[in-house]
Design a protein around this ligand. Sequence first.
Ligand code: CA
Length: 496
Amino acid sequence: MNKRIAVIGAALAAMACVVSAAQKQPPVVSSTLRDEPSGSDSNESSSKPNILFVMSDDHTSQAVGVYGSRLAKLNPTPTIDTIASEGVVMENAFCHNAICTPSRASIMTGQYSAINGCPTLNDPLPAERQYLSLEMKKAGYQTAIVGKWHLKARPSTFDYFKVLPGQGDYFDPVFFEKGVSAKIQKGQKKFGPDAVQMKGHSTDCIADSALAWLKDMRDPNQPFFLKLHFKAPHDYFEYAPRYESYLAGVEIPEPANMWDRKNNGSIATRGDNDELLPYIGTSVGRRNLRRNYAQDPRTPWADQIDHSLSDTEIKRQTYQLYMKAYLRCVKGVDDNLKRVIDYLKAEGLYDNTVIMYTGDQGFYLGEHDYIDKRWGYEEAMRMPFIVRYPKSVKAGTRTDAMVENVDFAPTMLDFAGVPTPDYMQGRSFKPIIESGVEPDSWKKAAYYHYQMHMAHHDNPAHIAIRTKRYKLIFFYGLPIEGKANATLPAWELYDM
Ligand code: CA
């Protein structure tokens, strides 16, 4: 986040326009179609590509090599980087709300939270609003989802699902699986009526389950649409034991702004004379008194922290432990993705499959002394987004076109030969992926709304709009349901 500058009237007007568009009434699902599909042979089901949509939880672009951050030289994602080098890297992909459930709902519906009914972590996405899988099925696809779903209602519109309950567990995870009739008790928790349990680390179990579906349940006479959703690297970053030595002797580079935070924030996020710094936004070190990674007993590194250290030293120590745990989870995802890619290659499916890789939102890796996500600031709002499909996407393409997660469903449907349904708010960026060229008519801004005021990680509710040049944020600081105190309102405008 760069220089803070004065709020201008034009930006205020733009924000008002976006807010008003998002507050229209939820539409009824309609068969009316808005845009024609951009592919020429898309009506022939035999020519439809398979679609593999891979999403990891909280995998941020700073921890994807191809995005070239300070961590790139550690090479945490060789498989993802290879896919990227053979396709397109979207440099300006943004989520509408940087938390799990709302982002996943926007991807499934092509709609912003105000329309799809999922503005918080507590909102279910019932079958009738699972639009992406419904449309893919209508288009002749065999559909499956494996891994973390986090939208409460079962993904029953998929031909097959095997999903974690809520966040799920890192080890010996329980899944809800379509067609299963069984109850399981794990510790104090009871699961069912469709529960199965696997042994091992969740990333391995999820990849195993996806491979099992590809091998044993996939119908070779139909194109497939597979959503493969890893739980990792969500907190608390419990990596598989085989990664214990990965990066063990390495000093992870620190972001300079973990120490120098002067160009970030306003009275909404810092208070007068920084009086709110101990209360707003979880921290690496002890800055946030209530929630930080140095003193949280739930972290896997809690027993390795030396609490006699100074604030500076403990922040430095915590950062190293936190980052190594996070990157070990990332490495587990990358290695398991390679297993899936190797299977596609062995079966001759690799080049006829549109492969997309993303994280459900960005994540703070110590920048500005923040952890977690939720902020409309860059590290949380930006999503990695990579597409490989050599039949129409040129290797080595990069574009800075602004795309939002509400655009993902229209884009996937476009690859499937389906025009964007009129109830979706997103637009297909398939033509941009394929040409590398952004048309003049393409959207100029991404719209953001975080609503869980001061919940969990102490972030005030805010709304934001991001163009290539500017980001305008309004911290309105009010709770949805009156469960938290209001905080000071303020505008922040950044020249990116
Ligand atoms: Ca997430």
